[in-house]
Design a protein around this ligand. Sequence first.
Ligand SMILES: Cc1cc2nc3c(=O)[nH]c(=O)nc-3n(C[C@H](O)[C@H](O)[C@H](O)COP(=O)(O)O)c2cc1C
Length: 192
Amino acid sequence: MTVMDNDTIKSILARRSYKAFDSRPFSEDILETIIEAGKYAPTGRNRQAWHFTVVKSEDGKKMYKEALTDFMINGGGPKVAPPPVPPNIIVKPEPEFRGAPVLILVSGPASDDLVRIDCALAMGNMFIAAASFGVMSGWTHTTVRDLFPDPAVKKKFKIPDGNDVYAAAFFGYPLGEPKDRGPRKEGTVTVV
Ligand SMILES: Cc1cc2nc3c(=O)[nH]c(=O)nc-3n(C[C@H](O)[C@H](O)[C@H](O)COP(=O)(O)O)c2cc1C
């Protein structure tokens, strides 16, 4: 028995990002547990100012496809010029959900300067919790800017007023193999 046999460590090591998923749904119990794990991530000043939006109905998927297409083509409105996309970032549409049964969006108050970190930590917890059940994940978009800048789109997804979407990821049983991610980089740790 070594420290690497610890179940939590095993889930952390097993977690991978996937580009394709089996459309077979995973159980509601697992979904609820994944979200519960997200809610137990730390937040600055314990604000817990986040909101979790689960997109899994056919209508929800269709809305996402429309919103994403608008985001890709028009910047997602409201109809003002979107901020420029940095040249090193490739934004590709993924309207087909990568085949996944579930997409989870984590949003929080746009006015809050810590919330982006809170949302990312929640997503990290959810990725590891999911991996512990053999459910894998795939982060999508939201590195460039809010995924749904149009308040009307946010309303459709019942995202609380004033929130921006800071993290979005697909969840499902994996299909195929994940991309080779290579060994962990050397030289990223300093002890002082
Ligand atoms: C902030 C962030 C943004 C990401 N954006 C995307 C994305 O837009 N599309 C995608 O396919 N994967 C995205 N990923 C997943 C990374 O590509 C993936 O984590 C990395 O290649 C390492 O692979 P692994 O997660 O299997 O270890 C993102 C991950 C993070 C943390």
